[in-house]
Design a protein around this ligand. Structure first.
Ligand code: KIV
Length: 266
């Protein structure tokens, strides 16, 4: 049976109806076909591809050309899931450059939304993209493109000052026109509060069960990361096929069984 296209509007309706949103990263056509079959709502061409596909130490070396290439491959196999593409490091360092980069991801790659990292510093950029009809997904908490500034991959928002800043940034991003927000590695309580306060859907990764939806890196949930972060669950364990693992992930997210307490932070 063919599914109706998932749009920004349907994601907002899902939030209002309390229906959980399942999101997975994808980087090629083959996996995208399987992920679509599993019934995922959002495909994210994450710049995590720098680490899991290219074997880099961080996401920083990923280029806009590479993001366009992978987005195009995913777009060829996309059927009804919403296709979000990451803006790579330095491709949105000014609003004008962000417009150029997002334009390429949409025109050449077939992306339907772009994702960028950061809060108050990105407001003008989000306003510019949004005013040109480009849907934007914000990304707060742990910002992998700022790993060197942060001094490593760690939980953000445990201290009062950080928590208040993340909360305020979330509100400001929504006000600037963001349509979706990813919260990465923040305490579950903070993510729950932000999820309640925003009208746009909040997608968590290491942000507890109260978010409107969940995202994982595909290779992590298939058990391909030898040192998985605490928030990852290997859905390919217990002798499942890849298709079964993908279906189990979607079911667990939609049924509220993933993430469990052991995948969340206090
Ligand atoms: O690049 C990526 O895969 C991401 C997810 C971890 C949210 O940004």
């Amino acid at each position: 049976m063919t599914r109706q296209n998932i749009t920004v509007r349907s994601l907002h309706e899902m939030k209002s109806a309390g229906e959980k949103i399942s999101v997975l990263t994808s980087y090629d056509a083959g996996f995208t076909r399987l992920i679509e079959e599993a019934g995922i709502e959002v495909l994210l061409v994450g710049d995590s591809l720098g680490m899991v596909v290219q074997g880099q130490e961080s996401t920083l070396p990923v280029t806009l050309d590479e993001m366009v290439y992978h987005t195009r491959n995913v777009a060829r196999a996309r059927e009804s899931a919403l296709l979000v593409a990451d803006m790579p490091f330095m491709s949105y360092r000014s609003p004008a450059l962000a417009l150029e980069s997002a334009g390429r991801l949409m025109k050449e790659g077939g992306a339907q939304m772009v994702k960028l990292e950061g809060g108050s510093v990105q407001l003008e950029t989000v306003r510019r993209l949004s005013s040109q009809g480009i849907p934007v997904c914000g990304h707060l908490g742990l910002l992998p493109q700022s790993v060197h500034k942060l001094g490593g991959y760690r939980v953000l928002g445990r201290e009062q000052g950080d928590a208040s800043r993340i909360r305020e940034d979330a509100r400001l991003l929504q006000e600037a026109g963001a349509d979706l927000l990813v919260l990465e590695c923040v305490p579950g309580q903070l993510a729950a509060q932000i999820t309640r306060e925003l009208s746009v859907p909040v997608i968590g990764i290491g942000a507890g069960a109260a978010c409107d939806g969940q995202v994982l890196v595909l290779y992590d949930m298939l058990g391909m990361n030898p040192h998985p972060p605490r928030f990852v669950k290997n859905f390919l364990a217990s002798g499942r096929t890849i298709q079964e693992a993908l279906r189990a992930y979607v079911e667990a997210v939609k049924g509220g069984e993933f993430p469990a307490g052991e995948h969340s932070f206090k």
